[in-house]
Design a protein around this ligand. Structure first.
Ligand code: SF4
Length: 358
């Protein structure tokens, strides 16, 4: 009824008990996916309202099949298909948390793409064109109550984005082709099926043969997160700072490159040794004698002028703020035990009291 109210269009309203709910049970995911495809085909050619409860769909992701299970798919009397997403966050007066709605829309977009593949099969088999609707039905609790409410969500933007991302994914075969011959992640389990016999060092070597793209989000999603974080930090990779920061930094790939770019003055001279109040205060936080990083930063600033300029500007603002704070506090930070410039982690000299970056 909720779907008919929100997206029924001019279709005939269903009568209670007249909505077909086919049995989708089958052995294994492949069997369930095949059963779902058959049920969709039958419902489309039969007409009327049909509800597929937890169907199973497949989608090709980087050359490998992924199985997806939407909450429901509704087949309309005109043969159109609509994805239904059921969520537990509340919908208050017809609106819900935009971030959660956005996540649900992205999830539904993947289901729609998977359904389009089945729709193509139905078209090839029956000659009937099937429309997989780009508006999905989001069902949520109404005003924190134990009653459902629903709204149609337009997912055209999410569909375009997801389609583009899937096309860009590197195929698993291409990644495997770049690995050293014989690379395997086999644990070599003993006859009991539990005891791992492969040496940890050998397994770690195999894991490190694969490039990682660590991001803080990995911590909640991947068992290798601590390993990858350690590797990213050891390499000074800016990815460990988060995707947002990574995106802002353009071609600057390491923390050293970022710091080196920040300390360069606008005319390109290295200002790290200045040590005076003002810009020199902030720039002096850059580790000394990191010529290699500076060289890379030089190269990066040629191609990433906006990021480098933003960093230099941020360094100047930071220096001004610190200088102002220092002036307000009498120029030095000596307010208490351990707060002199001699304390480890603080910089002595022309910028007393300014904490070192690292
Ligand atoms: S933590 Fe997992 S997802 Fe993240 S980069 Fe490492 S292997 Fe990939």
């Amino acid at each position: 009824m909720l779907l008919y109210e929100r997206m029924g269009g001019g279709a005939e309203a269903h009568e209670p008990g007249r909505v077909a709910v086919p049995d989708l049970s089958a052995a294994g995911p492949e069997g369930r996916a095949a059963r779902t495809a058959l049920a969709l085909r039958e419902a489309t050619t039969t007409g009327g309202w049909t509800l597929l409860d937890h169907p199973l769909l497949t989608l090709d992701v980087a050359g490998s099949p992924a199985y997806l299970e939407p909450d429901a798919v509704v087949v309309h009397p005109d043969g159109g298909w609509t994805v239904v997403e059921i969520k537990s966050f509340p919908m208050i007066d017809g609106s819900a948390d935009p971030a959660k709605v956005g996540a649900a829309a992205r999830q539904a977009a993947v289901y729609v793409l998977a359904l389009q593949r089945v729709a193509d099969q139905v078209h090839a088999g029956t000659g009937r064109t099937v429309t997989v609707r780009d508006r999905v039905l989001l069902v949520c609790p109404k005003d924190f109550a134990n009653l459902p409410t629903a709204e149609a969500v337009d997912i055209r933007k999410q569909l375009a984005t997801t389609r583009r991302q899937l096309q860009r994914l590197t195929k698993v075969e291409e990644i495997a082709g770049q690995l050293p011959p014989g690379t395997t992640f086999d644990l070599r389990l003993a006859d009991d099926g539990k005891t791992v016999t492969r040496p940890a060092a050998e397994l770690a070597e195999a894991v490190e043969a694969v490039d990682a793209a660590y991001a803080p989000e990995c911590l909640s999603a991947c068992e290798l997160a601590f390993h990858c974080r350690e590797q990213a930090r050891a390499a000074g990779a800016v990815e460990s700072l988060g995707r947002g920061v990574r995106g802002e930094l353009g071609g600057l790939r390491t923390v050293e490159e970022v710091l080196a770019a920040a300390r360069r003055t606008e005319n390109g001279a290295d200002d790290a040794t200045g040590g005076s109040a003002g810009a020199g205060v902030a720039t002096a936080c850059v580790p000394d004698a990191d010529a290699d990083a500076a060289t890379h930063a030089d190269a990066a600033t040629d191609t990433d002028v906006p990021a480098a300029e933003a960093l230099r500007r941020a360094a100047v603002l930071r220096a001004e703020a610190l200088a102002g704070a220092g002036a307000g506090a009498g120029g030095t930070v000596t307010g208490g035990p351990g707060q002199t410039a001699d304390r480890p982690g603080e910089r002595a000299g022309g910028a007393e009291g300014v904490p070192a970056c690292r």
